[in-house]
Design a protein around this ligand. Sequence first.
Ligand code: HDD
Length: 683
Amino acid sequence: MTDHKNREPEENKKIRQLEKFYRDNEGKPMTTDEAVKISDDENTLSAGDRGPQLLEDFIYREKLSHFDRERIPERNVHARGYGAHGVFECYASQSDLTEAHFLQDAGRKTPVFVRFSQVAGSRGANETLRDVRGFATKFYTEEGNFDLVGNNIPIFFIQDGIKFPDLIHALKPEPNNEIPQGQTAHDTFWDFIGSNEESAAMMMWIMSDRTIPRSFRTMQGFGVHTFRLVNKEGVSHFCKFHWQPVLGVHSLIWDEAQKIGGADPDFHRRDLWENIEKGNFPEYELGIQVIREDQEFDFDFDILDSTKLWPEELIPLKKIGKMTLNKNVENVFAETEQVALHPGNIVRGIDFTNDPLLQGRLFSYADTQFYRVGTNFKQIPINRPIHTAHNNHRDGAARYVIDKGQVAYHQNYLANNTPYPVPGDKGGFVTYPSLVEGKKVRQTAPSFEDHFSQGRLFWNSMSDVEKSHILQAFSFELGKVKNPEVRERAVRLIAHISRPLAVSVAEEVGVPAPPEAIPESDVTASSPALSMQNTVFRTDTLKVGVIIDEQYDSNALKNAMASWEKAGLEPVFVSRRLGTLEGTNGDSLSVDETFLTGSPLLYDGLFVIGGPYATRDFHFMTNQFIVDQFNHYKPIGGIDEGAKWIEEIHLQNRPGVLTSRAPTDGFYKAFVNAMAKQRFWDR
Ligand code: HDD
């Protein structure tokens, strides 16, 4: 691997100049925080060889006191996450829709920081648990920071922010025994869902494979809420934001997700980190769906309801730019942990709507950052805007900036009334003057009351394989619920969306079928854009586990490698021990993983070459790898001994299993095509 510090893209450097905040210890003498050079960092000052330690040892005290304060409260939700820097590039001016500076010119580049996360798990949770993933982006624009704090699912569980603490209390580990960690397969979560019909559509999404993504690089992101775009003329459009991964949307299967939790609990962060280090920069296109103000009531759902999506077939997605993540963080705590994302961070040209869920968030995020990171969290390098902020905010715990001058108030004469407000026509932020009328009430809007049509739309849009995974997910999750009434209530909720699904789930989890009287949604439409089967399939950056031993067939490997390189496939050599292996031509290769450190779970496909001197153990371990890959529907190729072993267990000629004793170019091409298909569901 290359040292990523040496390849930090020039454009990131120029725009954000993060280096000025870096502290590099390499080659430097050790000092205290007061910069006093330290002569001994391993022995406490004590009175005599075996005597008591002395309180005056300021070096010892400083070291321990600082250590004692190293942790800050983890995020209440989305505690486990991983971030990276990058650049967003605008495709074409969007000035007809918005004044937002970063969307004015084709080719304009804006630095970004993204934090991916999982909702329920604590900071140490394993990363492949079934859960919604966060996809939060901070755009450091020339006119201030804009945060798009989204998820990998386009809708949400609830319609009003006041219910968020209830949702999260139900979803987190149960308070009496703090079990289970980071997952929803337990009584309180399903009690909440079964008691809150507005969660029905989200229930369908979270039971799909969307909640077990293959990689952060293969996840969509959604701003969820309806925002406003406002142009120079003051014309407003409603807008939804989407991120589309260039690699397509791909997920694990449940058996893999569970086992990877053990094989590599850091699966997602490792994948992101390693790919950025290798220069496989993840890319996502930003899409917007836009509707005019006068179309607000044209749909059979309320556009302010966060439990509803806008079907792309009705309101098409327009791609307006691309984000490339091109630099890992230098320090996870300083950047990923301290980054303070907030849907309330908007810039001129973007504004809020009355979506009650969004309004709740506008309060909650800043509030939590003040508590979690501290009063002056906005001055921390990762949170600072590109241009220095100027205002009369002063003091507070751990203020980093030294505010100069006598004046800290507005209006003033002594500083010539600076800092001064900027009128709207000179670049100041002006709130869109939307009309507000009505009595103060505490109630759900009647237009928010259809809870089942979009759950049904989602179900109608799934392929047979996706449907079977949803049934399996319900069977697992509700199967873990101890209270039979809670199971039954959840099954009744499913019946509003699909009676046959509810009946199958009821059978699986041992509760009565839902009463016939429950009305099932009559929506017949589907939205192909919602099915992951209709995504992009590519080979680049997919990993091929290559099982190989001494005296491997050098020519065959050379040909295979050439075809993989062309397709961007990345081989991982697996053998019985680390070190080098010699091929038939006297060439050598370096083993990446052993049967012990590697795992078939971690490769997108398997290619078995083996070698003539393979031991019985080698053969046995290889069989295990082959069977796991087969059970997970992933491509398998075999040549030489590899082909023989696959034939011995009668898997040759099964879908996605390719063997050859005399491999040709056509054979290698067929293996690459199988990798592109990724899964062979018809096995
Ligand atoms: Fe939230 C964190 C996404 C509803 C309150 N949320 C948080 C993060 C993401 C989301 C991605 C992690 C950001 C990071 O990486 O630091 N949240 C969402 C989405 C929602 C949503 C897409 C619905 C559309 N959230 C939501 C509501 C509330 C909150 C309704 C409260 C009223 N969310 C929080 C929070 C968190 C948070 C408690 C915890 C840590 C933080 O904010 O910074 O304030």
